[in-house]
Design a protein around this ligand. Structure first.
Ligand code: S3P
Length: 413
C-alpha cells in the first residue's frame, strides 16, 4: 500500500465500533436468555472470529450491515472454536465455557498460537477449571468441571485475564474475588451488571457470584483505539473530529498523554450510551513536547503506544516509555515492530527491555515499513507516512481488516 505525504488533514470521522465492547456484546448475549440487537458493531476479522465461535457453541447470530442479532443459549454444546488472530476471543471464551459442562478446543492463527495462554489457564484452575494448554499456548482444551468461588489474583493488569475469571465465576459456587495489580478496562463489569449478574467492583477487585444472564441490546460506541489514528492526524496535520467515541476512563490514557504533550483537543457532546460514556473528540494541530510514560498508565493506553510513539517522533525532545513489557505479547512484539517502523522512516528510536526511547524534534523522512501482520503497526505507520517528508509504502497493509476494515478509505486512499 502506497501512502502519500499529506500537507493537511481535516475532517469529521465515524470510526468503527469498539472492538472490546463488540466482542463482549456478542459473547455475553450468546450465553444469555433471550435475544438482543447490537448496533454499530465492529465487524472486523477479530469480532467475526467471535461470532463464528458463538455459533459453534450453539447460539444463533446473524448480521445486517453493522447490526448483529443474537439469540442466546445458556447451555453451550461441545465445540472446536477457531479464534483466528483474536486474543480477546480465546481468552474470554476460555473463562466463559469453563463452568458450562462442555468440552471445547480453542485454536488460532500463527500469531495467536504464539501468545501466552497460561496467564488465563492458571488462575482458572484455582476455580477448579480443567484447562490444558500446549506448552503454554494454543491449542487450548477446556473440559467440563465443577467450579467453586475463590480469591484469584491476576499477575498482569489484563482485562482479558480479568474478564475470563469473571465469566468463569458466573458459573462457580459461592463468591469469587478477582484482584488485579492495576485497574484494566471494565467493559465486562459494566455489561454483565446490565445483564443482571451479581457483580460489584471495589478498588482493584471485582466480586462475582453465580448468576444467570438475560440479553440486553447494545449500542456500541466508536473505538477510541481506532479513533486514535485520526486524532493523531489532527494533532500533526490539521483538525479532526471523531464522533461518538467511547471515553470510558479505563480507556482514555491517550487524552492524558495529549494533556502532557500539549496536544490541543476538546470533548464535545458528552453523554452516556448503554452504560458507557461517549463524546465527540476534536483535535487541532499542535506543537508537542516529549513525555515520560510509566507502568501505571499502561492499561489505559496499551493499544495506543505505537501511534503515541509516532507523535513522539514529531514532538520536541526525548520521550521515554517504560513499564510496557506487555507490548511484547501483542499481535507482534510491538517494542521491536514500533521501533523498527520509526527507524525505517528516519526516526531515532531505541527499544528497551520494557518500552521505547524516542528522540523527537526532527519528524520523519518517509520510506518503506513492514507491518509484520499487526494491524496497529500498519495504521500507526500510515499516520507516520502521511505526516512524513516523502510518504512511502507499507508491506502487509491488509491486516487493518482485523479492527478497522475502512481505514485506508477513511484516510482518503
Ligand atoms: C482487550 C484488552 C487488552 C487490549 C486488547 C483488547 C480486551 O489486552 O490490548 O486489544 O478487549 O479486553 P490485555 O487484556 O491483554 O491487556
Amino acid at each position: 500500500m502506497i501512502i502519500p505525504k499529506k500537507e493537511n488533514f481535516t475532517g469529521t470521522f465515524d470510526v468503527p465500533g469498539d472492538k472490546s465492547i463488540t466482542h463482549r456484546a456478542v459473547m455475553f448475549n450468546a450465553a444469555a436468555r433471550g435475544s438482543a440487537v447490537i448496533k454499530n458493531a465492529l465487524l472486523g476479522d477479530d469480532c467475526l472470529s467471535t461470532i463464528g465461535c458463538m455459533r459453534a457453541l450453539g447460539a444463533q447470530v446473524s448480521t445486517d450491515g453493522n447490526t448483529v442479532y443474537v439469540t442466546g443459549t445458556p447451555q453451550f454444546r461441545d465445540a472446536e472454536c477457531d479464534c483466528g488472530n483474536s486474543g480477546t476471543t480465546m481468552r474470554l471464551l476460555m473463562g466463559l465455557v469453563a463452568g458450562k459442562g462442555v468440552n471445547v478446543k480453542f485454536t488460532g492463527d500463527a500469531s495467536l498460537s504464539k501468545r501466552p495462554m497460561e496467564r488465563v489457564a492458571a488462575p482458572l484452575r484455582l476455580l477448579g477449571a480443567s484447562v490444558e494448554t500446549t506448552g503454554g499456548t494454543a491449542p487450548v482444551y477446556v473440559r467440563a468441571a465443577r467450579l467453586r468461588g475463590c480469591v484469584a489474583d491476576t499477575k498482569v493488569a489484563s482485562a482479558q485475564v480479568k474478564s475470563a475469571l469473571i465469566l468463569a465465576a458466573l458459573g462457580a459456587d459461592g463468591e469469587t474475588q478477582v484482584r488485579e495489580p492495576l485497574r484494566s478496562r471494565d467493559h465486562t463489569e459494566r455489561m454483565l451488571a446490565a445483564m443482571g449478574a451479581d457483580i460489584r467492583a471495589e478498588g482493584n477487585s471485582v466480586f462475582v457470584k453465580k448468576s444467570e444472564l438475560r440479553c440486553v441490546d447494545v449500542d456500541v460506541p466508536a473505538d477510541i483505539s481506532s479513533a486514535a489514528y485520526f486524532m493523531a492526524l489532527g494533532a500533526l496535520l490539521g483538525e479532526t473530529v471523531c464522533k461518538n467515541v467511547g471515553i470510558n476512563p479505563t480507556r482514555t490514557g491517550i487524552l492524558r498523554v495529549f494533556d502532557r504533550m500539549g496536544v490541543r483537543y476538546a470533548l464535545e457532546n458528552e453523554r452516556t450510551v448503554c452504560g458507557e460514556p461517549v463524546a465527540d473528540i476534536r483535535v487541532r494541530k499542535s506543537a508537542m513536547r516529549g513525555i515520560r510514560l510509566t507502568e501505571e498508565m499502561m492499561p489505559s493506553l496499551i493499544d495506543e503506544i505505537p501511534v503515541i510513539a509516532v507523535l513522539c517522533a514529531f514532538a520536541e525532545g526525548e520521550s521515554v516509555i517504560s513499564g510496557a513489557q506487555e507490548l511484547k505479547v501483542k499481535e507482534s512484539d510491538r517494542i521491536l515492530t514500533t521501533s523498527e517502523m520509526l527507524n525505517a522512516l528516519g526516526g531515532d528510536c531505541t527499544p528497551t527491555e520494557d518500552g521505547l526511547i524516542v528522540r523527537g524534534g526532527k519528524g520523519l523522512r518517509g520510506g518503506k515499513i513492514n507491518s509484520y501482520g499487526d494491524h496497529r503497526i500498519a495504521m500507526s505507520g500510515a499516520v507516520a507516512l502521511s505526516a512524513s517528508g516523502t510518504g512511502g509504502e507499507i508491506v502487509g497493509a491488509e491486516c487493518v481488516n482485523i479492527s478497522f476494515p475502512q481505514f485506508y478509505a477513511m484516510l482518503g486512499i
